[in-house]
Design a protein around this ligand. Structure first.
Ligand code: SF4
Length: 346
């Protein structure tokens, strides 16, 4: 699971399907294609290469430009960094890299200068399984503050970027902050900053621009949601013997396997989960009100199906004392009046 998957999971903690598939490392994009409902999104190869080229540019020359931007936005008093250590973080396997990163963070904090950790590896236990996360960079300040740096390829125009994309980057960074806090807990003098540095191309150029994003709220929400996740072993234990999500299997077999795990579809899935089209079709077929959005679901109280809502509105079902039923009947009456062409009274 990467930070993006964890942030999406934290945004929908009730979905056991996603928790299991991500925990098991199933390629959800390939699974969605095998089910006949390919993912509604994805990064093109061109966008991927452009993003990599931009990140390399930002980090060129030992991170000179990156450190300049960071100091400009978050440096505080004192001299701008002249000397920045860039520790070697290579090690075998994710566990080895996470241990190497923790050691480099401790050494840099103890040394008291500036250090730039390029693609460190962080570990976080999620639903009983370890997840390894790789932020673009982490900077250690001389005062022991650790700052997460996220480098994105969407443009920052006149100092501001697309709010939805910044929100997604903030949720992702909040996951890194949580993972870094595990290391900081056992490092003398370390403190994880809750303000992260977001670096994007300036306007439509290839030059970097930076802004500071406060992720305190996203961190608190993500932390709470991650503790609510059901353990992956418990979800797996409830599956029928021999269940497989191998995309090479037939669509019928995969459909049965996927339906064996409960989902919690919401329209937000469309921008964050590869299985969104599949789950939306199922939710609609079942008439689940969740398919209309969490806000609508909340307003409808105990009414869980579209058929139940329509029956309540038509006066065929439901307790008239229930505020949701009363509101639906009033709305149905207003609609009927409007359709008859008579003036609507409020
Ligand atoms: S699309 Fe389906 S599997 Fe993915 S988070 Fe939504 S409900 Fe869960």
């Amino acid at each position: 699971m990467d930070a993006r998957a964890l942030a999406a999971l934290a945004a929908n903690p009730g979905c056991k399907r996603r928790a299991l598939l991500d925990g098991a490392g199933v390629d959800k994009g390939a699974l969605a294609t095998a089910l006949g409902s390919p993912a509604p999104f994805g990064q093109s190869q061109f966008a991927f290469m452009r993003g990599n080229a931009f990140e390399a540019r930002v980090k060129a020359d030992g991170g000179t430009e990156l450190m300049r931007l960071l100091y400009e936005r978050l440096g505080g008093p004192g001299e701008p960094p002249r000397e920045v250590r860039v520790p070697d973080l290579t090690a075998a396997g994710p566990e080895g890299r996470a241990a190497r990163t923790a050691l480099a963070l401790r050494e840099a904090t103890g040394a008291g200068g500036w250090a730039l950790l390029d693609h460190p590896m962080l570990a976080l236990e999620v639903a009983g399984s370890p997840a390894y996360l790789e932020p673009d960079a982490v900077v250690v300040h001389p005062d022991g503050t650790w700052t997460v740096v996220e480098i994105k390829s969407f443009p920052m125009i006149d100092g501001s970027a697309d709010a939805a994309k910044v929100g997604a980057a903030a949720r992702q960074s909040a996951v890194y902050v949580l993972a870094l806090e595990r290391v900081a807990e056992v490092t003398d003098g370390a403190r994880v900053g809750h303000r992260v540095l977001l670096v994007c191309p300036k306007d439509f150029s290839n030059l970097p621009a930076a802004s500071v994003v406060d992720v305190r709220k996203q961190r608190a929400v993500t932390r709470r949601q991650l503790t609510r996740l059901t353990r992956v072993e418990e979800i797996a234990a409830a599956l029928p013997e021999g269940t497989t999500f191998d995309p090479e299997r037939s669509p019928e077999e995969l459909e049965t396997a996927v339906e064996a795990v409960t989902a919690a579809y919401a329209p937000e899935c469309l921008s964050s989960c590869e299985l969104a089209f599949h789950c939306r079709t199922r939710a609609r077929a079942e008439g689940a009100v969740e398919a209309l959005g969490r806000g609508v679901r909340g307003e409808l109280g105990g009414l869980t199906t579209v058929a139940g809502v329509l029956a309540a509105a038509a006066g065929k079902e439901g307790d008239p004392a229930d505020p949701a039923v009363a509101a639906l009947r009033r709305a149905a009456a207003l609609r009927a009046e409007a359709l008859e062409g008579r003036p609507v009274c409020h």
